[in-house]
Design a protein around this ligand. Structure first.
Ligand SMILES: *Cc1c(COP(=O)(O)O)cnc(C)c1O
Length: 433
């Protein structure tokens, strides 16, 4: 499979090139040339299949031409070491819990898959230049990527995060690992971190000196595997006869997750429509309303993994529908909530349904509560374990959410990080030094 750039101004790339480079040379995002439709038969029997079996079929459609089948199976089964259960929350609303992986957030799947795929390509090349993975994080990406890549030979990971804007638990998850993981605290916003990473990829001198790639959802190996979730969601809903008129609601920041869902839809997955749930950073909702995309600086909210003012994957969504605003707004609706609405939703959902939401999932649940029709079934992606945002959640629900063992382990480690300002020259000399 060849990959083209959303800016249509750089040569077609192989999967290997797209994964190793991350961003195309014209700063566009890579897109696969074809999106294969899966056969009717697959969807008819999908509810009888396991998450791993479903994911193996989907991975084959994406990567089957470029990765030896046995290896691809191994990568998929190594990635999916945990379950993504569907839980009934209230009425016709269900939660798909994507937080049972190593760092308790949905990015674990994409991160681990990318680490394994990159390792496969590095081994194939047989040269021993170290690959440097740069990742900007507003919280959860850093921990998922750091843990997905921890100890993977031949790869060094640099995590850039905004100082004071990630939770204590999140920070512990990527600053305590050591080994091939370096954490860099930037005195700025998430958008500043993302801009530094993007500048690094287009800096000629830096790229001639070291091999750089991105593990943000701009990387095809990170975001495409998230499509597995949507197929599994449909399968598990079909298993309980709740898959008719299925509406999927996705708490969104950089829009990688929902874009993977749109790919699943193009592959024939019977999802009726999507809802993108935002916090106060609502540039996508504004686009749906006005047809104009007006990125702006992000603002800090209690759902910090969605504090994104210029979502990278917007370019992919436009590309999928040839820039047709009518089509995009016909398939996706938007909803945006303030911090106080998010807090109230966590409190109400806990009191009324006994279900503890994290601040991101709360946006998803609320959007479905407000926008789902009676003849539809709704599923929202619960993107993080509520304990990752313990202080916010505890205050909202008025009781203590338990900390899973895995999370408690991270809290015991010693934090190690390098501090930096937002200038590219400091970052560049650090990398080259
Ligand atoms: C990353 C993240 C999101 C947003 O996902 P995108 O793919 O960036 O849209 C939502 N919730 C949580 C908990 C996250 O970590």
């Amino acid at each position: 499979m060849r990959y083209y750039s959303t800016n249509h101004n750089s040569p077609l790339a192989t999967l290997r090139e797209a994964v190793v480079k991350g961003l195309a040379s014209d700063r566009g995002l890579y897109m696969p040339e074809n999106i294969k439709r899966l056969p009717e038969e697959f969807f008819n029997t999908i509810h009888t299949k396991s998450f791993t079996d479903i994911a193996t079929t989907v991975a084959g459609a994406f990567f089957g031409e470029d990765v030896i089948p046995d290896e691809l199976c191994r990568i998929v089964s190594d990635t999916l070491q945990f379950d993504c259960p569907v839980k009934h929350v209230s009425g016709n609303i269900y939660s798909l819990e994507l937080f049972h992986g190593p760092t308790l957030a949905f990015k674990d799947v994409g991160a681990r898959f990318m680490a394994r795929l990159l390792q496969y390509f590095i081994r194939q090349d047989g040269n021993d230049d170290e690959v440097n993975v740069l990742v900007a994080t507003s919280g959860d990406t850093g921990s998922a990527v750091a843990n997905g890549f921890l100890g993977v030979e031949g790869i060094h990971v640099y995590v850039l995060y905004p100082k004071g804007k990630v939770s204590d638990i999140q920070e512990s998850q990527f600053t305590t690992l050591g080994r091939n993981i370096t954490a860099i605290e930037i005195d700025g916003t998430f958008d500043d971190c993302q801009a530094l990473v993007k500048s690094a990829f287009t800096d000629k001198e830096l790229n001639s000196r070291m091999k750089l790639t991105s593990a943000n959802s701009i990387n095809v190996a990170r975001f495409l595997p998230q499509a597995f979730y949507y197929f599994n969601a449909y399968a598990r809903m079909k298993e309980i006869s709740a898959a008719d008129n299925l509406v999927v609601c996705v708490p969104s920041g950089n829009f990688g997750n929902i874009t993977a869902g749109l790919f699943a839809h193009k592959m024939g997955l019977p999802i009726k429509r999507f809802i993108a749930a935002n916090n106060a950073n609502d540039v996508f909702c504004q686009y749906l309303k006005t047809g104009k995309y007006m990125p702006r600086p992000s603002i800090q909210t209690v759902a910090n993994a969605m504090d994104v003012g210029d979502p990278s994957n917007f370019a992919r969504i436009l590309d999928l529908y040839a820039g047709d605003h009518g089509k995009i707004a016909g398939l996706i609706s938007g909803a945006a909530y303030t911090d106080s609405q998010i807090r109230r939703t966590m409190a109400e959902c806990h009191a009324e349904n006994g279900y503890i939401l994290d601040p991101h999932g709360a946006c998803g649940f609320r959007a479905l509560s407000e926008m789902l029709d009676n003849d539809e079934n709704g599923i929202f992606l619960e993107t993080a374990h509520p304990a990752k945002f313990k202080s916010t959640v505890d205050k909202a629900i008025g009781s203590e959410v338990g900390i899973p063992e895995r999370l408690a382990e991270f809290m015991k480690g010693k934090k190690q990080k390098t501090s930096m300002d937002t200038s590219f020259s400091s970052f560049k000399s650090f990398l080259m030094g």
